[in-house]
Write a protein that binds this ligand. Structure first.
Ligand SMILES: NC(=O)C1=CN([C@@H]2O[C@H](COP(=O)(O)OP(=O)(O)OC[C@H]3O[C@@H](n4cnc5c(N)ncnc54)[C@H](OP(=O)(O)O)[C@@H]3O)[C@@H](O)[C@H]2O)C=CC1
Ligand SMILES: O=C1O[C@H](COP(=O)(O)O)[C@@H](O)[C@H](O)[C@H]1O
Length: 514
């Protein structure tokens, strides 16, 4: 039972988090995974399932069923899962944990439009359910290119797999991007809505599963320090950067035609913007949190001049980490005339009392200088400096930088007197690093999110309104690019096309070099 509130106490928005310190363990269930041969399944999902089992957060009878267009037996899939776990799991490998998990691994071969294959899938899941005692609780994870989501949802209905009785549950996990524009997201939602009730639909955005992203809420709402300056009175602008050093790799089938804006701005970067800009929710329950994010997304306005306020690029050959790398058009499976962007930068504003007039610059790209995701609040300069200019030449803007990855932490950048006999001021960093402050290791985002699905805990999953609001922001930009054919080249290993630097330079600003 929760302690009674102190008379006159302010409601504590972190109270749900405190409740979650109780052990959170999944109940008996089967997870059906579509897209098991893909990059995400291999690098993240199968390792995360093992890590959950290794931490004792999955029940002993847990079942995992893979479905793909491969002529595999159960043991072939088990071997693929084993290799993925050995290569990518975060926790040490333990033979006993793997043995127990692999006893519940099954595979069903088939095409997504093959009714007979889905009937076999239904039979396999039910048999496994009986053998492992999973109580009829099934989660379906769609780790597929978005255009295939409707087919799978329809097949789940046709084969009867989506139907539960009053003692069991069915849940569907849908990877981002949910649709490829507003209209297709609405169509997809209708299809999903026809098969699953809203509380059974988990739209996944793995950035919300990252510790450092959840920490934005703690930083803002567990402290008094930042709130007074978290507004247009102090913040000059905000930069949200998601830079990757990898190229498209073996993901041509998914990535080409989707591009950087749909792949990550529509979801990860707009979710980061929403968490940075939102007001304090009344609790961290799903409805309260999502409602605040939706208010921000509905207050986003696009600049009039979409040409000057956006940049769009594609990587050309170059050098990275001392090796020569291919350009996007030379990558396996990419058409030689592809116009898909691998870099996108956009300027947005949030039309609210807190943020009016403060630009939010978002950028993402593949084959950039290094892998880094960060959010930087760049503050206005001091209105007056009682020093001579030469003494302050190394003084920039104060900044608060939330380092999402890989070097997880928070940096506060401010001016400090340089030791010596003159009054010289120079920028310095004050640093919080997870590794130095916590002994607890951060779970991988997918561990947290898969566990939430199996428990049925929804706050970290965007609902349809957020998805639609995000497409409303992005659609006009993508239409503008389609009309103008805008696409610049940038050399691999650099920080994107020159047009991205010009975007900020026109406003007297520069991108941070993280
Ligand atoms: N990779 C990542 O880091 C991340 C990916 N995601 C999301 O995960 C999803 C999958 O991405 P990712 O794994 O990278 O993509 P990949 O291209 O690596 O894998 C796609 C998967 O879909 C299957 N597939 C493709 N076409 C068909 C088809 N016609 N019929 C049946 N199966 C098909 C592929 O099977 P086959 O081998 O038979 O072609 C493969 O298993 C996307 O929604 C993406 O946005 C989200 C976050 C991170
Ligand atoms: O959603 C996606 O994210 C990955 C990058 O994820 P991260 O956790 O390593 O930042 C990106 O490579 C991929 O293109 C995209 O689909």
């Amino acid at each position: 039972m929760r302690e009674p509130a102190m008379p006159g106490a302010v409601p504590n928005p972190l109270r749900d988090v405190r409740d979650r310190r109780l052990p959170r363990i999944a109940g008996p269930s089967v997870l059906v995974l579509f897209g098991v041969t893909g990059d995400l399944a291999r690098k993240k999902l199968m390792p995360a399932i093992y890590d959950l089992a290794n931490r004792g957060l999955l029940p002993p009878g847990f079942g995992l069923v893979g479905f793909a267009r491969r002529d595999w037996e159960h043991q072939d899939f088990a071997q693929v899962a084993y290799e993925a776990v050995r290569e990518h799991a975060r926790t040490p490998f333990r033979e006993d944990v793997w043995r127990q998990l692999s006893e519940g691994v099954r595979f069903v071969p088939g095409e997504l439009d093959d009714d007979a294959a889905f009937d076999r899938l239904a039979e396999t899941v039910r048999e496994l359910d009986e053998q492992r005692g999973t109580g009829g609780n099934y989660a379906f994870y769609l780790s597929l290119p978005p255009k295939l989501f409707p087919d799978v949802v329809r097949q789940l209905k046709r084969s009867g797999l989506s139907e539960s009785d009053e003692r069991s549950w069915r849940r569907v996990v849908i990877e981002k991007p949910f649709g490829h524009d507003l209209a297709s997201a609405q169509d997809l939602n209708q299809i999903v809505d026809d098969v699953f009730p809203p509380q059974s639909v988990f739209r996944i955005d793995h950035y919300l599963g990252k510790e450092t992203v959840q920490n934005i809420l703690a930083l803002r709402f567990a402290n008094t320090l930042f709130e007074p300056i978290w507004n247009r009175g102090y913040v000059d602008h905000v930069q949200i950067t998601m830079a990757e050093d990898i190229g498209v790799g073996g993901r041509a089938g998914y990535y080409d035609g989707i591009g950087a804006a749909r792949d990550v701005i529509q979801n990860h970067l707009l979710q980061l913007l929403a968490l940075i800009a939102m007001e304090e929710p009344t609790s961290f329950g799903a409805d309260a949190l999502r409602a605040e994010k939706e208010k921000v997304l509905s207050a986003v306005v696009l600049p009039r001049d979409l040409e000057g306020a956006t940049a769009r690029g594609q990587y050309a050959a170059g050098w990275q980490g001392g090796s020569k790398v291919r350009g996007y058009l030379e990558e396996d499976g990419i058409p030689a005339d592809s116009r898909t962007e691998t870099y996108a930068a956009i300027k947005l504003e949030v039309d609210s009392r807190r943020w009016a007039g403060v630009p939010f610059y978002l950028r993402t790209g593949k084959r950039l200088g290094r892998r880094v995701t960060e959010v930087a609040l760049v503050f206005q300069r001091a209105p007056h400096l009682p020093f001579t200019t030469t003494e302050t030449s190394e003084l920039g803007h104060n900044a608060l930088v939330i380092r999402v990855q890989p070097d997880e932490g928070v940096t506060l950048r401010f001016g400090s007197k340089v030791p010596g006999t003159a009054m010289e001021v120079r920028d310095v960093n004050m640093d919080f690093a997870y590794g130095a402050s916590f002994t607890e290791a951060s779970p991988e985002a997918y561990e947290r999110l898969i566990l939430d699905v199996l428990i049925g805990d929804p706050p970290l999953f965007p609902r349809q309104e957020e998805v639609e609001l995000s497409w409303r922001i992005l659609d006009p930009i993508i239409e503008h690019w389609a009309e103008t054919g805008k696409l610049d080249q940038y050399r691999s290993g650099t920080w994107g096309p020159a047009s991205a630097d010009e975007l900020l330079a026109r406003e007297g600003r520069v991108w941070r070099r993280p």
